[in-house]
Ligand binder design. Structure first.
Ligand code: IZC
Ligand code: ZN
Length: 419
């Protein structure tokens, strides 16, 4: 018998999220979280070997003298959170823009004046590799302490071939050097840098940068900030079509600030995920559902832009769009690392139930980063990434906000963080 390295047992509630690995949960399926009372999970060599009630797992004979045992009595166990949309690799910060925001200056106006994304491009370009990695590493550590065990990370504060390549190299190094698994996305189409028109920069990305990024095989996804005043639907389609030819998986920032047909483009290109979608049209939502595109919703961004506009998540779920949740962690529109905060905002303002929000932050988020066969649920054969939450029941997770509900984080069967 091969004994488990780690046994978590006696969890009041364990949300396994089982049964959704083949395709993302949608409609009423988003409420099916595979609950087990008095739950247990056994992990050996980083992978889950048994899941069930404590009695069932103990009867399976997984426990030997070397097995570390942790009781989750009075607590809730879930898969680790997966944050499928972040811009967490950068240097500097933008708290100086808070006063402009409070005076009502719009996000895109700050960018037009050379601030916003372009300000972070300057501070990132001026920073050394070590500085960028140290600052990003601290953010990743905060994410881990709040339960994130896998995160997508976008480039996009480089905006030249060399700087974008450097960003993707640093994401890879950080993936190897710290605990959270990182999924790299190339997002050269994040802003148009000074000295270019939108068309010139789009051509540069298509004819030069994308080819080189593909040749170096440094990014799995390609993403575009599709928004009037940044990259039009037409430019976005050109960039993403080229990326698809080069075998990138696709993501798109769509219909965040204006309704421009971003959701329709996402459906046309059958992207893996369309993100933001605050202004998505009825037709756009239906088209996303038809093509099985995942809507990655970012309520912390809506909250932080302070305009009281949130994505129409209930309509999306009714239409059959699979919904995932992410922080959008970035220095401008969402300076937070906290998935628990995102879950609270998703319940209060997107009107998700706690069960739907958990699905959106785990298994559907795993699908949004192309890792659903590896993480996102507690099932035999999956990576042993899970959380012991210091809460008495699932409602408590979105209910009690502003302090950390995470008691213990387990990554590949090892305790990597304790409160
Ligand atoms: O730095 O403002 N929305 N990109 C698109 C961002 C926000 C990041 C930023
Ligand atoms: Zn974003």
């Amino acid at each position: 018998m091969q004994y488990a390295d780690l046994l978590i047992h006696s969890a009041d509630l364990m949300a396994t999220m089982r049964g959704h690995s083949g395709c993302p949960a949608f409609g009423e399926g988003m409420s099916e979280i595979g609950l087990i009372k008095d739950g247990a999970v056994a992990i050996r060599e980083g992978k889950i070997t048994a899941v069930g009630t404590t009695e069932e797992v103990l009867a399976g004979g997984w426990v030997g003298s070397e097995t570390i045992q942790i009781s989750a009595k009075g607590k809730v166990v879930t898969p680790g959170f997966i944050d499928p949309h972040t811009h967490v690799l950068y240097a500097g910060s933008r708290e100086n823009e808070l006063s402009l925001k409070l005076k009502g200056v719009p996000y895109l106006e700050i960018l037009k004046q050379g601030g916003g994304i372009l300000s972070t491009v300057r501070s990132t370009q001026q920073a050394t590799d070590e500085e960028i990695k140290a600052q990003t590493g601290r953010r990743l550590q905060t994410m881990l302490s709040q339960g994130t065990t896998m995160a997508e990370v976008k480039s996009g504060y480089g905006l030249t071939l060399d700087e974008e390549m450097r960003a993707l190299r640093l994401i890879k190094e950080l993936d190897n050097e710290q605990v959270i698994d990182l999924v790299p996305t190339f997002m050269g189409a994040h802003a148009v840098p000074p000295g270019y028109t939108e068309e010139e920069f789009t051509n540069y990305l298509i004819e030069d940068v994308l080819l080189q990024i593909a040749a170096h095989d440094q990014a799995e996804f390609c993403d575009v900030f599709c928004e009037p005043g940044v990259f039009s639907v037409n430019s976005s389609e050109r960039i993403l079509t080229k990326a698809k030819e080069l075998h990138f998986k696709l993501k798109i920032h769509a219909d965040e600030l204006a309704a421009a047909g971003g959701a329709e483009l996402a459906a046309k290109l059958k992207v893996v995920s369309a993100d933001h979608l605050l202004q998505a049209s009825d037709e756009g939502i239906v088209a996303l559902a038809k093509q099985g595109v995942i809507a990655v919703l970012l309520p912390a961004t809506s909250f932080n832009l302070a305009k009281n506009t949130y994505a129409r998540a209930r309509e999306m779920i009714s239409a059959g769009v699979p919904v995932a949740l992410a922080t959008d962690s970035n220095p401008g529109s969402s300076p937070t690392e906290s998935m628990p905060l995102v879950l609270t905002l998703a319940c209060l303002y997107l009107r998700l139930t706690p069960e739907e929000a958990l699905t959106a932050a785990t298994i559907n988020a795993a699908h949004a980063v192309g890792r659903s066969n590896q993480v996102g649920s507690l099932e035999v054969g999956k990576q042993g990434d899970l959380l012991i939450l210091d809460i008495p029941n699932l409602n408590y997770l979105p209910y009690h906000f502003g302090s950390n509900p995470v008691g213990t984080v387990i990554k590949r069967g090892r305790v990597v963080w304790n409160s």
